[in-house]
Design a protein around this ligand. Structure first.
Ligand code: NDP
Length: 278
């Protein structure tokens, strides 16, 4: 090895020496604080419960559209509390930027710290685009895309200051491919992919991982309850695994992305779709 090569190798070793140590228990979330939007039912509930099972203290919000909505939130809270962690649930609208900041502050106080954000709240208002009203367009974009932006914006100063954070956005296979009647939904989910890459770029230097998952059609949620049976059948046939997913299928991948097992993964949109997009 000549002198120049030795110097280059020395610089490389110096750089390696300053890299952070890999986590000793990469899959544990013990002592972490996590915030999940739209956590009262469906995929959000599965994520809240999975985070609690992994030892994280969890805060979640929900829109509160009536007694059923509150009942779902209470059931989710009970299920998560049964894991012996702190759980804080509150009604709130992700379309309200100021409310997002307040909820982040309160969650941080109640959980004793905040390290994880899962942007899950989402709605659909399906209609052929020539019949779609501006209100139906705005409701979906404001909830699915702007809501995620408001929450990322609200946690960013904290995550940057503590030089640690995990953000997972729940996108959809419809961020990649179109379906009749979903112009607003597809646009919001494709936008979420752009937001994921932008946030990963801007927060990466502060050791914050930002990723998204893109579920295919998931059984048993209210969002899919409105989808005609023939579309669900077509989705099952199109998936190379020949089945639809469950909320837990999404939650387990979210959990992985929130853990140190995925510390070197950022800026990706990971399909969780049984091969629907293959
Ligand atoms: P659900 O309709 O079952 O649950 C939606 C949750 O979001 C509820 O907790 C609801 O609260 C809450 N929510 C809705 N609007 C707001 C709002 N403005 N502010 C705060 N919370 C709100 O949805 P899913 O579990 O089916 O979907 C969850 C996410 O996964 C969504 O982003 C969806 O787009 C995505 N997804 C779902 C798929 C599926 O097949 N189900 C497939 C691909 C992606 P409340 O109960 O009070 O209304």
């Amino acid at each position: 090895m000549n002198t120049g090569e030795k110097e280059a190798t020395g610089h490389l070793l110096d750089a390696l020496a300053t890299e952070p140590e890999p986590a000793t228990e990469p899959s544990s979330l013990e002592g972490r604080g996590a915030l999940v939007t739209g956590g009262s039912r469906g995929i959000g509930r599965a994520v809240v419960v999975a985070l609690a099972q992994s030892g994280a203290n969890v805060a979640f919000n929900y829109l509160d559209t009536g007694p059923e909505s509150r009942q779902s939130a209470a059931e989710t809270k009970d299920e998560a509390c049964a894991q012996g962690v702190e759980v804080f649930a509150s009604a709130g609208d992700v379309r309200d930027a100021a409310a997002a900041e307040d909820f982040v502050d309160e969650a941080r106080g109640r959980l004793g710290g905040l390290h994880i954000l899962v942007n899950n709240a989402g709605v659909g208002r399906d209609r052929a685009l020539w019949h779609m009203t501006p209100e139906e367009w705005r409701t979906v974009i404001d909830t699915n895309l702007s809501g995620a932006f408001y929450f990322i914006r609200a946690v960013a100063p904290l995550f940057r200051a503590q030089q640690f954070g995990k953000i997972v956005n729940i996108s959809s296979v419809h961020g990649f491919c179109a379906e009749f009647g979903l112009a607003n939904y597809c646009s919001s989910k494709a936008g979420l992919a752009g937001l994921t890459r932008s946030a990963a770029t801007e927060l990466g230097p502060s050791n914050v991982n930002v990723n998204a998952v893109a579920p295919g059609y998931i059984r048993t949620t209210e969002l899919t309850a409105r989808v005609p049976a023939e579309i669900m059948d077509r989705a099952r046939e199109r998936s190379v695994l020949g089945r639809l997913g469950d909320p837990q299928d999404v939650a387990s991948v979210v959990l992985f992305l929130c853990s140190e097992a995925a510390r070197h993964v950022t800026g990706v949109v990971l399909p969780v779709d049984g091969g629907y997009l293959v």
